[in-house]
Write a protein that binds this ligand. Structure first.
Ligand SMILES: NC(=O)c1ccc[n+]([C@@H]2O[C@H](COP(=O)([O-])OP(=O)(O)OC[C@H]3O[C@@H](n4cnc5c(N)ncnc54)[C@H](O)[C@@H]3O)[C@@H](O)[C@H]2O)c1
Length: 448
């Protein structure tokens, strides 16, 4: 096997994965720009009026066997993921707007498309949210649950989940809510017991996103986090995820600038080109931009955005190339652009004998258009993980790092940020759970 392009043992896999039968309920926390673009997009695809571009689960393929086998099925035909027609949406928001109104407000999608989908979109009305302005300074919520303490609020969310469960066959939760202020893990996050005590005592370290995640995991519902909030990145949540077979993954959708970073940085490293500085700045004018204008929410985003380069470049292994990188990230709220962000990167690199060069990237992107397919894939893959015996009780699904700015890993394991390693890891995980040979790209057998 060692000289083969494919390697690794076959597993029993496929036959033991529970089928994706019945309705998949998707509970979305925060029905803003990303969420409404995601929901409206799924409906547009279901009606055949648009294509699910950017979604690996819908358009991607996976090669099986040797290159000469010519066998590359679509991922959705290879692994048992839920059909888009079986998805049912619900959610929470701190404003009462239904998904039609919120999509119109977000101004991401054309008016024509939103009008066409109006009868469906206006049926999705948010449930009152768990919210506290202390954690998101720039928002003033009006559609908010009241409770005597955080435990009471968690119980109300659990009741929402239980009621929704009665109408569908399986449930996944995804956070598409705002970025909360920067919080570091404290004693309250170290065990399920400490966390539950903290709910009773209204511990300040427990943010609303953690109350949703706790409610989901208690109910064995997988949880994805589109924002950089601490949320499930703490021992208590990892423990709960494993205990209740409710998969979790990393955080913060990898969409624009960080997506580009995790493509370019591995290329420089592969060619041993040095980097002395990487300056990144953005302008955006949507509500997310307004929230991130608050320094405390920005700090959370900044930490998430800064992380990738250090791990990719491994300055401890390559001190001559990457020891002294000056890395800066800026986000500027600029209303005229709305959701159409512009992200600039100036990269100062150096080559042979230390001679300097520069690269400029100007990405005129559409934030929510890039995020929506990621939300869809995360939901479908977490549901798959929940039905897969070898994945459902391991807690963190590192193979979903592909989609996230801050991958989550087991304690003590460094995260893999390189997009191409992440892509290979994801596809090999699919091959593995389906009992197919893994692909190593060695390929000597073609030259025997
Ligand atoms: N669009 C992207 O490319 C991208 C990339 C990475 C991460 N994100 C993150 O995704 C999240 C959503 O982005 P967006 O552009 O849709 O923002 P948005 O402001 O349009 O939507 C967020 C929604 O969450 C609601 N909300 C806030 N706190 C809540 C709570 N506690 N409970 C329920 N609802 C709550 C807000 O009212 C709002 O409707 C943000 O945290 C953003 O940083 C977006």
């Amino acid at each position: 096997m060692s000289n083969q392009e494919q390697g690794g043992p076959k597993t029993a896999g496929a036959s033991t994965i529970a089928p994706a039968k019945g309705k998949l309920g998707v509970m979305v926390v925060g029905l803003g720009a990303v969420a409404t673009t995601f929901i409206a997009g799924v409906e547009a695809v279901r009606r055949g009026i648009a294509k699910p571009i950017g979604s690996l689960t819908q358009m991607g393929t996976v090669r099986l066997g040797k290159r000469t086998d010519n066998n590359s099925p679509k991922i959705k035909d290879f692994v048992p993921i839920a059909d888009l027609n079986d998805i049912v949406f619900t959610g929470w928001d701190i404003f009462e707007d239904n998904v039609y109104e919120s999509a119109a407000h977000a101004k991401v999608l054309d008016k024509d498309l939103i009008e066409q989908l109006k009868p469906f979109l206006e049926t999705i009305k948010p449930m009152p949210a768990v919210f506290d302005q202390y954690y998101v300074k720039r928002l003033h919520g009006t559609h908010v649950k009241k409770g005597k303490n955080k435990r009471d609020l968690a119980d109300q969310l659990i009741a929402d989940i239980q009621a929704f469960k009665k109408t569908v066959d399986r449930v996944v939760m995804i956070w598409c809510g705002s970025t909360e202020i920067f919080i570091e893990a404290t004693a309250v996050h170290q065990s399920i017991e400490a966390f539950e005590k903290g709910l009773e005592t209204d511990d300040i370290g427990i943010a609303p996103s953690q109350i949703y995640a706790y409610a989901a995991l208690v109910e064995s519902v997988p949880f994805a986090n589109g924002a950089p909030n601490l949320t499930v990145d703490v021992p208590a949540m990892v423990e709960l995820s494993k205990k209740n077979s409710a998969p979790i993954c990393g955080k913060d959708f990898k969409t624009g600038q960080t997506f580009m970073k995790t493509v370019l940085a591995p290329a420089f490293k592969a060619r041993l080109l040095g980097v002395s500085g990487w300056y990144s700045t953005n302008i955006l004018g949507n509500r997310d931009g307004e929230v991130l204008d608050d320094p405390e929410s920005f700090k959370t985003k900044e930490e998430s955005k800064l992380g990738s380069l250090d791990y990719i470049f491994q300055p401890e292994l390559y001190p001559d190339l990457y020891k002294d990188i000056f890395h800066k990230v800026r986000i500027n709220y600029y209303p005229p652009r709305g959701d159409n962000k512009e992200g600039w990167d100036n990269i100062d690199i150096f080559g042979w004998l230390g001679y300097p060069m520069q690269i400029k990237v100007d990405f005129l992107c559409r934030d929510s258009i890039l995020a929506a397919p990621i939300a869809l894939d995360l939901v479908l893959f977490l549901d798959l993980a929940r039905r897969t015996p070898s994945l459902k009780s391991i807690g963190i699904q590192e193979w979903l790092s592909f989609y996230l700015k801050s991958p989550q890993t087991r304690a003590g394991l460094y995260p893999e940020h390189d997009l191409f390693i992440q892509s290979m890891k994801l596809k090999n995980t699919l091959r593995h759970i389906m009992g197919e040979d893994l692909i190593t790209h060695l390929g000597l057998e073609y030259y025997d």
